[in-house]
Design a protein. Structure first.
Ligand code: HEC
Ligand code: HEC
Length: 320
């Protein structure tokens, strides 16, 4: 159903009086009803261009330095290779995995999560601030370590110029955007929509039993129209998925390099014209296929999981 905002508001005032004045906020610009603050997980790619909160058009933001960084953080999130080029040798944007700029249900949404940090991080065995978490996404999902390999060859430790840190301007801007997405949320209260991209434990198939061949045929049937047979992504309007493998993809230390984690992304947000249509089992076979492919090497894997057990689905990590 398409209806303009004034029409919705008008009908509401007639039916329910002033109590309905909030209704327009609960729909996207084209009239799709929201799920809480988020784009619903079952809508198809038609909503790919919509943002429940968009700092570029939000009149509550002013000319301050903070507002400018919130807007830049959003632009980095949407076009990471273009806006944060020095940390993004890959062709992957944050938005490729966190759909609708981190505002879509069951696509790793980031609304209201800023107030949950600092939080214990299993992979690094210590407390993580929001900025630590963002740095990790740059290092791994954006393969920032690949940039440092090329331009810092022979340089060690603190002299590395192209590794992002908690105070890099790009990281601060993305942090400003994600923190803005948590305005009005309660600090320390876990949002109900967080952590939903998981395959239920009872449906997990042991990694050794997953069949990348089966995954490959599913991929050819259900995914190549947008991702290409080479997995590098086909433009759909002005949208292009990130490369799913190869030198321009996320590296092998990324969360998506874990089979169950990747299956959890795919299970609920893909295929984009019919999200939720794969079974738990199918999502795992496809993920096993994608994570059987070569991708850039994250050079610090041996420093991960210093205290916790290496997860069973970390297929790119040497067993220890
Ligand atoms: C290849 C997919 C992918 C890309 C690209 C990606 N992320 Fe993520 N992100 C993930 C996954 C998967 C998780 C959850 C990891 C886990 O299981 O803990 C995550 C988690 C996060 C979290 C923590 C969310 C929470 O609820 O605790 C933040 C913040 C985040 N990402 C920000 C970013 C930013 C900023 C970028 C771009 C610089 C980015 N991500 C790019 C896959 C991705
Ligand atoms: C109708 C087009 C379409 C189909 C079909 C589709 N995807 Fe996607 N996919 C996209 C788009 C577009 C994005 C990026 C989303 C964005 O940036 O808004 C994406 C993102 C992804 C991502 C995030 C990582 C990255 O590098 O972009 C994964 C993983 C993924 N798709 C897997 C799959 C799998 C597996 C299938 C088949 C089961 C599939 N997709 C089918 C359009 C599609």
């Amino acid at each position: 159903m398409k209806c303009s905002l004034p029409a919705v508001a008008g009908a509401c005032v007639l039916l329910f009086g002033a109590a309905c004045s909030r209704v327009p906020e609960r729909r996207t610009a084209s009239g799709v009803p929201l799920s809480g603050p988020l784009i619903p997980s079952r809508t198809t790619m038609v909503t790919a261009w919509e943002f429940p909160k968009n700092p570029l058009v939000d009149s509550a933001l002013d000319d301050s330095r903070l507002s400018a960084d919130i807007r830049w953080g959003f632009r980095i999130f949407m076009n990471t290779p273009g806006e944060a080029a020095r940390f993004t040798p890959s062709k992957v944007s944050c938005n490729n995995c966190h759909l609708n700029a981190g505002q879509r249900e069951k696509s790793l949404p980031l609304v209201g999560v800023a107030g949950m940090f600092p939080e214990y991080n299993r992979r690094s065995g210590r407390l993580y601030s929001l900025n630590d978490r963002i740095v990790d996404c740059f290092l791994r999902s954006e393969n920032a370590t690949g940039a440092s390999e090329a331009s810092d060859a022979g340089v060690t430790g603190n002299e590395r110029k192209t590794l992002p840190s908690q105070t890099s301007t790009e990281v601060l801007a993305v942090s400003a955007y994600i923190t803005w997405l948590a305005r009005g949320s309660e600090v320390g209260k876990n949002p109900a929509w967080r952590g939903q991209n998981v395959i239920p434990t009872g449906a997990l198939i042991p990694v050794a039993k997953l069949d990348p061949q089966k995954g490959a045929s599913l991929f050819n049937e259900r995914c190549t129209s947008c991702h290409g047979t080479d997995g590098q992504g086909v433009a759909v309007g002005d949208k292009k998925p990130g490369p799913l493998w190869g030198p321009d993809s996320w590296n092998d230390g990324a969360g998506a390099g874990r089979v169950y984690t990747l299956a959890g992304i795919i299970r609920y947000s893909m295929p984009y014209l019919d999200p939720g249509s794969l079974t738990d089992e199918e999502a795992q076979h496809v993920a096993a296929f994608i994570d059987s492919k070569p991708r850039p090497v994250y050079p610090f894997k041996q420093q991960d999981y210093p205290t916790e057990k290496l997860p069973a689905d970390s297929v790119y990590y040497p067993r220890r």
